[in-house]
Design a protein around this ligand. Structure first.
Ligand SMILES: Cc1cc2nc3c(=O)[nH]c(=O)nc-3n(C[C@H](O)[C@H](O)[C@H](O)COP(=O)(O)OP(=O)(O)OC[C@H]3O[C@@H](n4cnc5c(N)ncnc54)[C@H](O)[C@@H]3O)c2cc1C
Ligand code: SF4
Length: 509
């Protein structure tokens, strides 16, 4: 019997991933490839590329030790054919294969390329998720709106996590009302563990340094885990040191505190180094042992079996055009501040700064600083989407696009969220210490020193009045606007227009 190719992609680094489960190690050849099309279709952060290549090389070595035949192509291999599709053809010819087994990629672009591939490609559902495609479709069928909260309850029932029989632990499904504390002065969180480089990682770092030195993002210091034996201690560290306060300060932002009580595990979970259900079970065990409170553990588990599974369901349910949606018709170009350009806005400087250093920012920085600003300023959601996909080490389209195009930019018209996540500077002031050292005044509502969020917030609401005025959760804001004096309203809009003009001209704000 001729061998089949078993394609393993960079975010499928799990020994039990569907394609490997379906393959025969005595017969088949595993194909893994570092290819330019994947590193370049958006300008991925050097830390992200280094993480993936180091983790892929170690995974390939592990498969070989386990008895698999692995055809691994390095980026600088002179024979490298440049794309996944071309690599498959090259390897097929080499070993005489006509069939490929592959676990379904998390991006429509690749799924379509594989479906159109001249070899016979068998796409197998990725079963590293809690909710299957069929289950999500059955849940979504006939619903007027898809809401995470109801989906999440199904996932709690399915997994039994934090359940007492058929009732939620503690009597409530969601403890978010305990989870919105602003940061007290001097708040600091534990720093996630940092891993020394071995030879494999060092070789990858040298390659990435040479090939991607002009990219946005710092490669070094590089400290990510690149194999399960490192990712597991990172999980242990989170459970012991950060989880107990995860809930309380989930929305807080503090200058110089890049991680606070967040887990920084998405990079590992999304690439397959950690199993999401196991991560949740560990958090639940900490609660049962009395080591972490319910509001923290429920909040954390909700992010994984709720949000993470929900956005994946939405991505596949909505179809290949999802990432291109733009219902608000926003078309401004992404301003240079997103690539580290000069700015007077402390919050943007902080959120973009940690992104550049670590290929990471926590959820509220992504949603309520960089995302909020892009939405208020009317930036083209396609450009915003490409930015998030490029700059975060945990970004793959299935999870990034619904978060960006849907949750953050409302470009899907309300599939992911029932209202846009927009706020004036007030929210950022309440949840962070940024405004204290900002050149703008968060309490200033008009004029050159007015916080840009204050100006753009009203501009956004007025631009989209027809769409949002009837939304019960936004009607109050329109009433506040309508009560303002005419000359004040005119001033706010004129100042906002001037700010937008500066953005369009590429001037710093
Ligand atoms: C505009 C925007 C873009 C985003 N892009 C991505 C992305 O490309 N990849 C990604 O994994 N997450 C993305 N998120 C979700 C979230 O911001 C990150 O998962 C989180 O910041 C990762 O850091 P952490 O591991 O410290 O998370 P924690 O705060 O510790 O949360 C625990 C885990 O929950 C999961 N999680 C939390 N929130 C979400 C969410 N909204 N969607 C999916 N999973 C979630 C992650 O696996 C995370 O590791 C995005 C959010 C926004 C607003
Ligand atoms: S004043 Fe406005 S721009 Fe400055 S940090 Fe606060 S929210 Fe950001």
């Amino acid at each position: 019997m001729s061998p089949r190719l078993v394609l393993v992609l960079g975010d499928q680094l799990t020994p039990t991933v569907a394609a490997l489960k379906a393959a025969d190690r005595a017969r088949d050849v595993v194909v893994m490839a570092e290819v330019a099309v994947e590193t370049d279709y958006v300008p991925h952060h050097p830390k992200k590329i280094a993480f993936l290549f180091a983790a892929m090389r170690k995974f390939a070595a592990r498969l070989q030790t386990d008895g698999w035949r692995v055809a691994y192509t390095r980026l600088d291999d002179p024979e490298n054919a440049g794309s996944i599709g071309a690599e498959l053809l090259r390897r097929a010819e080499e070993v005489g294969a006509t069939e490929v087994l592959v676990t379904e990629p998390g991006e429509w672009r690749l799924i379509e390329a594989l479906r159109d591939h001249p070899l016979t490609v068998r796409l197998l559902e990725d079963d590293r998720f809690i909710c299957t495609h069929a289950e999500f479709e059955a849940w979504a069928k006939g619903r007027k709106a898809l809401r995470m909260e109801f989906f999440y309850r199904e996932m709690r029932r399915k997994t039994g996590l934090l359940m007492e029989g058929d009732q939620p632990e503690g009597g409530q499904w969601n403890y978010d009302h305990d989870n919105r504390k602003g940061p007290p002065k001097g708040l600091f969180g534990p720093v996630p563990p940092r891993f020394d480089h071995d030879d494999v990682t060092e070789e990858v770092l040298n390659l990435v340094e040479t090939r991607f030195d002009t990219r946005f993002g710092n490669l070094r210091p590089f400290w990510f885990a690149t194999e399960p034996a490192q990712a597991e201690p990172a999980l242990d560290h989170f459970i012991a040191h950060a989880l107990p306060k995860f809930g309380d300060y989930q929305d807080a932002m503090v200058t110089g505190q890049d991680f606070l009580f967040h887990s920084v595990l998405s990079v590992y979970i999304n690439a397959g180094l950690l199993d999401p259900l196991e991560v949740c079970r560990r958090a639940e065990a900490a609660y049962r042992a009395g080591d972490a409170p319910l509001n923290a553990v429920e909040g954390f588990i909700r992010q994984i079996i709720g949000w993470r599974e929900f956005v994946r369901g939405v991505y596949f349910h909505e179809g290949p055009d999802y990432a291109q949606r733009n219902v608000l018709d926003h078309s401004r170009k992404l301003p240079p501040v997103y690539w580290g350009g000069e700015t007077r806005m402390r919050c943007m400087k902080e959120a973009v700064g940690v992104t550049r250093r670590e290929a990471y920012a926590h959820h509220i920085q992504r949603l309520m600083v960089t995302g909020n600003f892009a939405l208020l300023a009317g930036i083209d959601p396609g450009e915003v989407h490409e930015w998030y996909l490029a700059v975060y080490a945990d970004a793959y389209e299935w999870v990034e696009a619904p978060n960006t195009v849907g949750m953050s930019q409302f470009a899907d018209g309300g599939v992911v969220g029932s209202k846009p996540y927009v706020s004036s500077g007030n929210y950022i002031d309440r949840m962070s210490d940024y405004c204290k050292t900002c050149d703008y005044g968060v309490k200033i509502k008009t004029g050159p020193d007015a916080c840009p969020f204050n100006l753009l917030y009203w501009h956004f609401l007025i631009r989209h009045r027809d769409r949002f005025a009837q939304n019960p959760r936004m009607a109050q804001m329109y009433r506040t606007w309508d009560r303002m004096a005419d000359d004040r309203r005119a001033q706010v809009l004129a100042d906002a227009d001037a700010l937008l003009k500066r953005l369009e001209q590429g001037q710093p704000v």
